[in-house]
Design a protein around this ligand. Structure first.
Ligand code: ADP
Length: 502
């Protein structure tokens, strides 16, 4: 047997030894330092010795214990210390990615701890093992095979809640939003104008003519029906809504759009699309499916097709803010807000050639809620597409009509990161956790409505702050006592309007 110092150092310093001991202590928080079992394998890691008597067995001894055929690997691993498992992994006997599978469900945290050590010691910085990234006391059984691979811990994110915001007559606690002004006008009303997750495979044909024939077939009632039947056979929640086809050269793209119940739906639609393409292959044996996702979907990339056709939940959220609230709470005017919205969110974004970016900061609010509720944060690319509109309303145009139009809110309340306990806590708080008991899909749709409403509050908040800031600047630039302080943004065109009082 070799002591750690002997094993690892031909030339070692006291610091090296201390570091090694620290690593071992970190690897065994529950048991000071373990002693190795006897060759018969009768001892367990629970039977530990004082620190001074810590030993690493040789690779050969460890391998003999690990590969003992009379017991399962998970039991053999219990007879090895963390450092010994690390040694086997470094020697190629244990795959780092398979630690959880080898250790079994009741040793998941140990698998994570060992992976941290392996990755840390193999990295140039070597910090992970002793870093402040937490890994203890987490329910890894929900993670395994569901939402993360090669787990080394978890990242806690501060969670704040504002509101409550009234959405469609119900009050919801909303993270980060200007709820007060919106509630004053009766709250936010939402309209769900579409619900369909999409997948767009790329399919090669020998020639453009053959691709064209396949396109015509898909567009025909017969082709549509065959594909629909195959697609829907894969899930009781997947109902095919549309098939949109496009050709480039000899490559055919088909955009499958489907409802997915309360799931965000990427897994579900991928399964359905695969089955539908199998049915199509029978009709067109020469076709070659290049990729189930041919980027005609379009998932997690900016694309006009999403902005135009919608993806996931398409929602409009609208509210009226009474004029006196605009003045007293938002500290601006309807006219200034509308002017700013046109110049910034509409014209400015048009000047920048934006696709779906006709808003101030929809992504801030949406991504915060995505993270808190276990959504796929990479889908914020298209989910944050938003057009913010503002116009005067009411008999004298004194009130503000404000809306956000968001065609691609991709959310679910089952599957993915929604299976994690803290994320489920947030979904519970919003009353939308899991599958809706009566109407599959309604929980996910409600979540999309809540997100759009929160985005609306965020838009109002930022634009008001900008408009109010502008007014304050105008105020400071001119004499406070001056009656009609001209606002800097009033056009010089004759008859274009009066200056504001600030
Ligand atoms: P995604 O398709 O978003 O990637 P998952 O495949 O992780 O999601 O989760 C969807 C799974 O949940 C499917 O197997 C589906 O059968 C099941 N499920 C149970 N209830 C529902 C529901 N109300 N809506 C959608 N899926 C549901």
């Amino acid at each position: 047997m070799s002591s750690i110092a002997q094993l690892h150092t031909s030339t070692f310093s006291i610091q090296d030894l201390e570091l090694k001991l620290k690593q071992v202590r970190l690897a065994h928080p529950e048991q000071s330092l373990p002693s190795p079992p006897s060759d018969s394998g009768s001892s367990s890691p629970q039977e530990c010795q004082p620190e001074e008597s810590y030993f690493l067995r040789s690779l050969k001894e460890c391998l003999t214990i690990y590969e003992e055929p009379s017991r399962p690997r998970s039991e053999s691993l219990l007879l090895l210390s963390d450092e010994e498992v690390i040694m086997l992994a470094n020697n190629g006997n244990i795959a780092t990615y398979a630690l959880e599978k080898l250790f079994g469900m009741d040793q998941l945290e140990r698998a994570v701890r060992i992976r941290r050590a392996l990755i840390s010691r193999g990295s140039s910085t070597g910090t992970l093992e002793s870093s402040s990234i937490p890994f203890e006391n987490y329910d890894y059984s929900r993670v395994l095979g569901a939402c993360c691979e090669n787990v080394v811990g978890y990242i806690p994110i501060p969670l704040g809640v504002a509101g409550p915001l009234t959405v469609d007559g119900k009050q919801y606690p909303i993270p980060m939003a200007t709820a007060e002004a919106l509630n004053a006008g009766g709250g936010v009303t939402t309209v769900l104008v579409g619900d369909g997750m999409t997948r767009g495979p790329a399919i090669d044909f020998p020639s453009a003519i053959r691709a064209g024939k396949a396109k015509a077939w898909i567009d025909s009632d017969e082709g549509h029906e065959i594909l629909r039947e195959a697609f829907e056979s894969t899930s009781r929640f997947a109902k095919l809504k549309s098939l949109k086809t496009a050709i480039a050269g000899r490559t055919l793209y088909v955009r499958f759009a489907t409802t997915t119940g309360d799931a965000m739906g990427m897994n579900m639609i991928s399964k359905g699309t695969e089955r539908a393409l199998e049915a199509m292959q029978k009709r067109f044996p020469e076709m070659v499916v290049l990729a189930l996702s041919g980027n005609y979907c379009t998932d997690k990339k900016p694309a006009a097709i999403n902005w135009i056709e919608g993806r996931g939940k398409s929602v409009v959220a609208e509210a009226v803010v009474p004029g006196h609230v605009v003045k007293t709470v938002l500290k601006t005017t309807v006219k200034d807000l509308c002017n700013l919205n046109v110049k910034k969110n509409l014209m400015g974004s048009a000047m920048a050639g934006s696709i779906g970016g006709f808003n101030a900061h929809a992504a801030n609010i949406l991504t915060a809620i995505f993270l808190a509720t276990g959504q796929d944060p990479a889908q914020n690319v298209e989910s944050s597409m938003c057009m913010t509109l503002m116009e005067p309303t009411g008999p004298d145009g004194e009130d503000l009509l404000v809306s956000v139009t968001m065609p691609c809110i991709e959310v679910g309340t089952v599957g993915g990161g929604t299976v994690l306990a803290p994320q489920q806590g947030v979904l519970d708080m919003l009353g939308v956790r899991g599958a809706h008991p009566q109407q599959p899909g309604q929980n996910a749709q409600t979540l999309a409505r809540i997100i759009a409403s929160a985005v609306l509050a965020g838009e109002l908040s930022l634009l008001s702050a900008l408009a109010a800031g502008h007014l304050i600047k105008a105020h400071m630039a001119h004499n406070r006592s001056q009656a009609n302080t001209p606002a800097a943004s009033v056009p010089a065109t004759p008859g274009a309007g009066l200056a504001y009082r600030v």
